[in-house]
Design a binder for this molecule. Structure first.
Ligand code: PHE
Length: 448
């Protein structure tokens, strides 16, 4: 028996959904935070290079594998392998990818819960209920438990309804409004005192820092996290993509939008840090370090919104609403990984599996909330910094070494008859076979 698989209704729908998955907390919370933690512009510079050098080729590997097989990550690896050992390895790597997707979702749910809480708080502020509003923005265990649960329920509800009804619809409205809001806010920030200093920090790299192994591995992890790579998200989205689409250009579009939104987020937040400092808000801790860390954007942005006076509450509502939606279009793509695997492997009801898996992941989120200091950073490091790039290597190996070259060409030709003559075909197959995996492994090795 074959479960009927959903498909995106158009190329545009796919690009929206895939960018919807890519654009999220990784861009707007992760990227600026990492930039401040890793010395500013040098990080931005290295990040942009690695996005094209490592993340885009790996994204192409994952999308191609998914569309070729039309299956989830586990079955794709298992079916492609030609030996028994290969099947076992493929299955194990596939399940590991699913596990990583779930673990990412478990910390993601917490941060997305913060966005929801700030959204509620700005709403209450607008109606003058300042005391209640304060509770929502104060970091506390109860608040975090409540809002991570709320966010998890939202994610499960969308996924239970399936790809055609769920994913596209949410993505379609989001991106343009988000970008517009960023542009308006950036213009506002850049007219404030102190912004220029921030701009310098963001755009002028210190050459001495470019080779720092810690910076390089952070930038690589961030690039893989931001493009949703290695865990089977892009693979499953590729499997829903029509055969007529030209994969290399679709992949390039997703990469560029993702990079663009991260860049805009940094362009808003880094100068905003310096503007805040200029107006007397403490952005350096007593020991003289920049207050980066997970709370950075939640310290800097509300201060910025407040400085716009009466407009502040409205801007704040809008911003945190868009952030919550952006987080949802990413979280659903993580949950879809585990749901698609279990639905296709067990043939059980999608609805039931969605809520069982969702509840298990929420359990892990609670565990992290209750042991925040110990677990939060650890889970992020384990999943995004190490697991995602290493799983990217597995994708490259399957495309470069396991899949037959003529099959690869055939798959790409479906969307573009002329692909053989393109630069992409001349470089990429060899590149994912040798260079891309070697570079990823080198970065990981170098970080130890
Ligand atoms: N790319 C998403 C973001 O930037 C996070 C994500 C990671 C989504 C892995 C799916 C899979 O927010």
């Amino acid at each position: 028996m074959n479960t009927k698989r959903g498909q995106f209704s158009s190329r545009f729908g796919f690009i929206l959904a895939a960018t919807g998955s890519a654009v999220g907390l990784g861009n707007i919370w992760g990227f600026p935070t990492q930039t401040t933690e890793n010395g500013g512009a040098a990080f931005v510079f290295v990040y942009a290079i690695l996005a094209f050098l490592l993340a885009y080729p790996a994204l192409m590997a994952e999308l191609t594998l998914g569309r070729y097989s039309g299956q989830n990550i586990v079955t794709t690896f298992q079916d492609l392998a030609r030996t028994r050992i290969g099947r076992i390895f493929g299955g194990a790597a596939g399940y590991y990818g699913v596990l990583v997707a779930c673990l990412i979702l478990s910390f993601y749910t917490i941060v997305a819960g913060w966005m929801l809480a700030y959204f509620c708080s700005s709403f209450l502020t607008l109606f003058g209920m300042n005391e209640a509003a304060a509770w929502f923005v104060e970091d506390g265990i109860l608040r975090n438990l409540v809002f991570s649960s709320l966010f998890a329920i939202l994610t499960m509800t969308i996924i239970a309804r399936g790809v055609e009804n769920g994913i596209e619809k949410w993505s379609i409205r989001l991106m343009p409004s988000l970008i517009l809001l960023f542009v308006v806010l950036i213009i506002y920030v850049l007219t404030q005192d102190g912004a220029i200093e921030g701009l310098k920090q963001y755009l002028l790299p210190n050459p001495k820092q470019l080779g720092n192994p810690d910076l390089i591995i952070s930038a690589m992890g961030q690039a893989f996290f931001s493009l949703s790579l290695g865990v089977g998200t892009m693979l499953i989205y590729g499997s829903y993509l029509s055969k007529r689409e030209d994969l290399p250009s679709v992949g390039a579009a997703v990469t560029l939008v993702d990079l663009g939104v991260a860049f805009l987020a940094g362009l808003l937040i880094i100068p905003a840090i310096f503007v805040a400092q200029n107006s007397g808000i403490q952005v350096y801790s007593d020991s003289g370090e920049l207050v980066a860390g997970p709370g950075l954007i939640l310290q800097v942005l509300p201060a910025l919104f407040a400085s716009t006076g009466v407009l502040g509450a409205v801007v704040s509502i809008l911003f945190f609403a868009l952030m919550s939606i952006a987080s949802l279009t990413s979280s659903i793509s993580m949950l879809e990984v585990a749901v698609s695997v279990t639905v296709e492997k067990t043939q059980r009801s999608r609805l039931k599996l969605t809520f069982i898996i969702g509840a298990l992941i929420l359990g892990v989120s609670w565990l992290i909330v209750l042991n925040f200091e110990r677990l939060f950073g650890f889970v992020i490091n384990l999943t995004t910094v190490y697991s995602q790039p290493l799983l990217g290597v597995v994708m490259c190996i399957f495309v470069g070494w396991v899949m037959y070259r003529h099959k690869l060409l055939q798959e790409l030709k479906l969307g573009n008859e002329e692909v053989e003559k393109t630069m992409f075909w001349k470089v990429w197959p060899v590149y994912v076979r040798f260079i891309c995996p070697a570079l990823i492994l080198l970065v990981v090795y170098n970080s130890f």
